[in-house]
Design a protein around this ligand. Sequence first.
Ligand code: CP3
Length: 356
Amino acid sequence: MPSKLKNDRFIKALLRQPVDKTPVWMMRQAGRYLPEYRATREKAGDFVTLCQTPDLACEVTLQPLERYPLDAAILFSDILTIPDAMGLGLKLIESVGPKFDNPISSLADIKNLPMPDPEEDLGYVMDAVRLIRKELDGSVPLIGFAGSPWTLATYMIEGGSSKDFGKIKKMLYQEPDSLHLLLSHVAKAVSQYLNAQINAGAQAIQIFDTWGGVLSTPAYHEFSLAYMKQILDELQREHDGEKIPVILFTKGASGWIEDIANTGCDAVGLDWMQEIGQVRSKIGYRVALQGNMDPAILKSNPEVIRNEVASILESYGEGSGHVFNLGHGITPDIDPENAGAFINAVHELSKQYHTK
Ligand code: CP3
């Protein structure tokens, strides 16, 4: 069936089909580096209300697309909507980060966790997806997302961001069965949530495993990768006759890329710690690769940014299967002009790699 998208470069690259230039989007592309985002957040009152108000979530999703020729939109929301819907009470505290009023501290807490109904309890997310699809009107695809069970569990047990992950690691080594119970509950909730996003109109999915890299290799396999695999097995991989590509992104996964590529995902998201060309030669064409410029390079200037884009494109080499992105989210201190220079450099410099 022919694609209804006006720009389907992102989906094609994920499926390793030919493209005219390398598609690009940025993790956290809707965010505080944009003055218009800060103005909308002000209007909402606070971050959680912004996420929960579909009109405003739609507005901030579209803001970066009005400025830049991005090849995909990403739903504006947060990975912590699921634990919030399980009753943990999410707040975002300025210059501290996310906090839960009721973190998990015992096996009894885990056993009492409800299973959120995506349309009932997270209907505001599905409403935002439907509204964004309507507003995009087929211009570019919409990415839906969720956190990995491991990454969500870190916030649920630590109660917020953490430096050493002391509480969850104590549970992992001392009470592994309790942690498995939590992870399988969260994995089920994530699968249902992502399937609801797909039914509402999300055209690709990314799973963010921000904290998988703090685990040992065996612990990563047992407590993070296994649950992402469970989600992949439970996801609806087609909707309305179109494939729904899935990207797995684990930050700090340099040693595990082959294992991630073997889960059945369509693409692996890379942080900036490894060279994309080396990863490509190691894993071949099993999956597409997404990444992987160090977001800190956006602090420099358009010339430095352009050179770095050129060297990543050269490292990946000829052909499709590459979605350009940063190796992690864009930070609030970035000059929007530099983000524009990054996106334009990808489009201009990548054409020569797609001539066949
Ligand atoms: O990419 C996008 O534009 C979509 C929006 C998006 C947000 N969070 C908005 C947000 C996405 C995909 C996320 C995912 C997310 N949330 C992750 C995984 C990705 C990553 O960055 O590793 C994580 C770990 C979270 C949890 C979270 N939410 C943290 C740790 C914080 C505070 C840190 C920070 O950047 O301030 C948030 C808040 C948050 N989520 C903001 C945004 C735009 C900043 C909120 C604000 O002050 O306006």
